[in-house]
Design a protein around this ligand. Structure first.
Ligand SMILES: CC(C)(COP(=O)(O)OP(=O)(O)OC[C@H]1O[C@@H](n2cnc3c(N)ncnc32)[C@H](O)[C@@H]1OP(=O)(O)O)[C@@H](O)C(=O)NCCC(=O)NCCS
Length: 246
């Protein structure tokens, strides 16, 4: 049986307070004259901007579609369906580093209870319409492998939050948005009471793996999604939130 989630996550009003406070504080600490931006949690109104960036991120990162076994057109449909679910579900959130209306970097995270039953059915329904039965079958097979790779015993699972997707605007990479976003996530998830952030990363992407290592992440189990080797990547939050210089 799954144990209770951390109280600061389970209590929606407390969760909102922690999120808003962290966004304010880390905007002040990590952004300034040399990097004009702020952290903002996205809402349903941001769905078009989220979709636009997700599609561009996929074009510049073919591994995104490859691990799910979806082509570029199917990824476009996938992002629409997933984005709507991430923005609607109570077990997930999407945060962006924004400069005005421009999304510099986006991260979506969810508890192991994401997506809730109703949203899961909606997601599958929209995916079926968007990517067809064969696409949905391949997608579900990849998700099955993903779930198996990231499965944890109940007590660890309840204190784990998953980094579902992270990307920076392809035209802005290398300017520090990704590092700032990860610093933000480490502090936020720690303050929400989680013990670890967990994700699955393309094992062959040396730059990406170095990026996460610099931010204090460790590698765990290895598996394959759609034939691509992926590695479980864990950032423990019980050892402090400090990260080295980007
Ligand atoms: C990984 C990523 C979010 C980092 O954001 P960023 O704003 O470029 O990062 P920063 O400027 O803070 O840090 C630069 C570091 O990011 C990593 N990085 C930069 N561009 C990258 C790319 N195209 N692919 C993988 N890693 C990249 C490198 O480690 C780089 O350091 P290096 O120049 O010493 O190699 C961003 O590059 C990206 O969106 N990559 C493609 C999408 C992706 O693979 N996301 C992770 C999926 S879990």
């Amino acid at each position: 049986m799954m144990r209770a989630m951390p109280p600061s996550w389970a209590d929606l009003s407390l969760r909102r307070q922690v999120m808003e406070r962290t966004a304010r504080e880390l905007t002040r600490r990590l952004c300034g004259r040399d990097f004009t931006a702020s952290f903002r949690f996205l809402s349903r109104d941001d769905a078009p901007a989220l979709h636009e960036l997700s599609v561009r991120a996929t074009r510049s990162t073919p591994a995104f579609g490859a691990v799910l076994s979806l082509d570029e057109r199917q990824m476009d449909r996938y992002w629409r369906a997933l984005g709507d679910t991430l923005l609607a579900d109570q077990e997930s959130f999407v945060v962006a580093l924004v400069d005005g209306a421009h999304l510099l970097s986006v991260a979506s995270l969810g508890s192991p209870a994401f997506p809730g039953a109703g949203n899961a059915i909606c997601l599958l329904w929209h995916l079926l319409g968007g990517i067809g039965p064969a696409g949905l079958f391949r997608y579900l097979r990849a998700i099955h492998d993903y779930e198996r790779l990231l499965s944890l015993p109940g007590h660890e699972s309840a204190s784990t939050i998953r980094l579902i997707w992270l990307y920076a605007d392809p035209d802005e990479r290398g300017r520090g948005a990704g590092t700032r976003m990860c610093t933000f996530l480490v502090e936020l998830c720690h303050d929400l009471g989680f013990a670890r952030i967990q994700g699955a990363v393309d094992a062959a992407d040396v730059r990406l793996n170095r990026f996460y290592e610099r931010l204090g992440a460790r590698h765990g189990r290895r598996s394959r999604m759609s034939g691509i080797e992926v590695v479980e990547t864990i950032r423990l939050l019980t050892e402090g939130t400090g990260v080295g210089p980007g």
